[in-house]
Design a protein around this ligand. Structure first.
Ligand code: 4NP
Length: 164
């Protein structure tokens, strides 16, 4: 998937969405920010993340996500928030970590005005195209590392499609 580089407004706003906003989406957000900073494009994009559920509003990301990210050279700086209807209007790209969250986001977009902005994160993963980013919440370190590797690859390809 390639996007036209001439976005009508800058910065382009990206929202990464999972269920709890403590594992997958804050990691996707941090990896995205790291990659665009390293490419010298930080001022062209705004990235945030949120959850479709309200379980962890106001919390920090899961300590296992923070530790795993640090081991991979990524710093997490995030406070959990929940997806709001307004987000669908204000963001340009809404990236769902899995199909459950994807369909919940589509349902949120009742008037279907913003359907064109909503994507599955792994639509950008050439290795596991259109698969879910697995939820590591009940898993172990190996599962957190698998999520990191999937997101690193998918976000890299997403950044390339935005900037090529
Ligand atoms: P996330 O993982 O959606 O990647 O943040 C989860 C975090 C919390 C819960 C489930 C998944 N939970 O049930 O509290």
């Amino acid at each position: 998937m390639l996007f036209c580089k001439n976005f009508s407004k800058m910065p382009v706003k990206i929202l990464f969405v999972c269920l709890g906003n403590i594992c997958r989406s804050p990691l996707a957000e941090a990896i995205f920010i790291d990659k665009i900073r390293k490419s010298g494009l930080a001022s062209d994009f705004i990235a945030q993340s949120c959850g479709t559920a309200n379980y962890h509003i106001g919390d920090s990301p899961d300590p296992r996500t923070i530790r795993n990210a640090q081991r991979n050279g990524i710093q997490l700086d995030h406070i959990v928030s929940q997806l709001s209807e307004n987000d669908l209007h204000s963001y340009d790209f809404i990236m769902a970590m899995d199909r459950n969250n994807l369909s919940n986001i589509f349902r949120f977009d009742g008037a279907k005005e913003n359907n064109h902005k909503i994507f599955l994160m792994r639509a950008f993963d050439s290795v596991g195209k259109d698969k879910d980013v697995p939820d590591p919440y009940y898993g172990d370190e190996k599962d957190f590392q698998e999520v990191f590797d999937i997101l690193d690859r998918s976000v890299q390809s997403f950044v390339e499609s935005l900037t090529k």
